[in-house]
Ligand binder design. Structure first.
Ligand code: CP
Ligand code: NVA
Length: 306
């Protein structure tokens, strides 16, 4: 049985296969064809944090594939009415796949340990694998193959950054991070990277201008993620010099794209002129969440390919 908890769970050929399925489904949809590859299958969504993109793109994608979905509310009682193990054992007898967005990463890993069906991580404080896969799929679609120019991550070394680092390693896209020292990857995650993606070319700096100099993509995310609201003021001070604005983008190559997983806090990590500007591909990224996740669902549920 296949789970997707972090990108360490996928090999490079598996990522390529998911991209291939996603591309076929995206092309078919462009031609008005919706293939019922998952007819009769049921997906449960268990979300402890807000979501627009992840929840809706999974639900819409599942509907297009002929399956159905159930978004469980807090009354289902994840971690409150019964043990997590019992919750997972029971729920997974009714549904074919569970997508979970939880505050703590170990809740998703425990769901996967006890569920009798695949579990997909829809974001935790540690990882956001579906986002990173959609982002890399977007970059592939935009640039074709990757060369030696890096993806430049500007800001917090957070869940999205960690998943991108694993994904960049698997697809051999160099990554450079401009991050204030206290918010850089911790030693334990650096060890994970060394183990899982020893081939990753990762450069870490505190100079955003240096980071974007040769980039194909300039990527940022909120300075305070969901659950870090109490630290927002402290983080605003630390990340102020890391705002992606027109001046920073002018230091990147002219063909570099601007990326953001959204939702954005305009005026903080990115200015309107950049996120709404000609280099921004944020809406394409958001659209690709659905195509890519359809690829994940078909790959996981139909046991396709490697
Ligand atoms: N990017 C992303 O995961 O968005 P949501 O929080 O709206 O799902
Ligand atoms: N880092 C952000 C990503 C939101 C999609 C968060 O965890 O809130």
């Amino acid at each position: 049985m296949r789970h997707l908890i972090t990108l360490a769970d996928l090999t490079t050929p598996q990522i390529e296969r998911i991209f291939q399925i996603a591309r076929q489904l995206e092309d078919a949809l462009d031609q008005g064809r919706r293939q019922p590859l998952l007819a009769g299958r049921v997906m449960a969504l268990v979300f402890e944090k807000p979501s627009l993109r992840t929840r809706v793109s999974f639900e819409a994608g599942m509907a297009q594939l002929g399956g159905s979905s159930l978004a469980l509310g807090s009354e289902a009682g994840l971690g409150t009415r019964e043990s997590l193990a019992d919750f997972a054992r029971v729920l997974s007898q009714y549904v074919d796949v569970i997508v979970a967005r939880t505050k703590r990463h170990d809740v998703v890993t425990n769901l996967a340990r006890h569920a009798a069906c695949p579990v997909i991580n829809g974001l935790t404080d540690y990882a956001h694998p579906c986002q990173a896969l959609a982002d890399l799929y977007t970059l592939r679609g935009w640039f074709g193959t990757f060369g030696s120019r890096p993806l430049a991550w500007i800001g917090d070394g957070n869940n999205v950054a960690r998943s991108l680092a694993l994904g960049c390693g698997k697809l051999r896209l160099p990554m450079v991070m401009a991050t204030p020292e206290p918010y850089q990857f911790d030693p334990s995650f650096l060890e994970t990277l060394r183990r899982e993606v020893p081939q990753l070319e990762l450069t870490v700096t505190t100079d955003p201008g240096e980071a974007v100099r040769d980039a194909i993509a300039v990527y940022t995310d909120v300075w305070a993620s969901m659950g870090q609201e109490a630290e927002a003021e402290k983080r605003r001070r630390a990340f102020g010099p890391y705002q992606v604005n027109a001046e920073l983008m002018s230091r990147a190559p002219r063909d570099a794209v601007f990326m953001h997983c959204l939702p954005a806090r305009r005026g903080e990590e990115v200015t309107d002129e950049v996120i709404d500007g000609p280099q921004s591909i944020v809406l394409r990224q958001a659209a690709n969440r659905m195509h890519l996740q359809k690829g994940i669902l078909v790959w996981i549920l139909n046991g396709e390919g490697p």
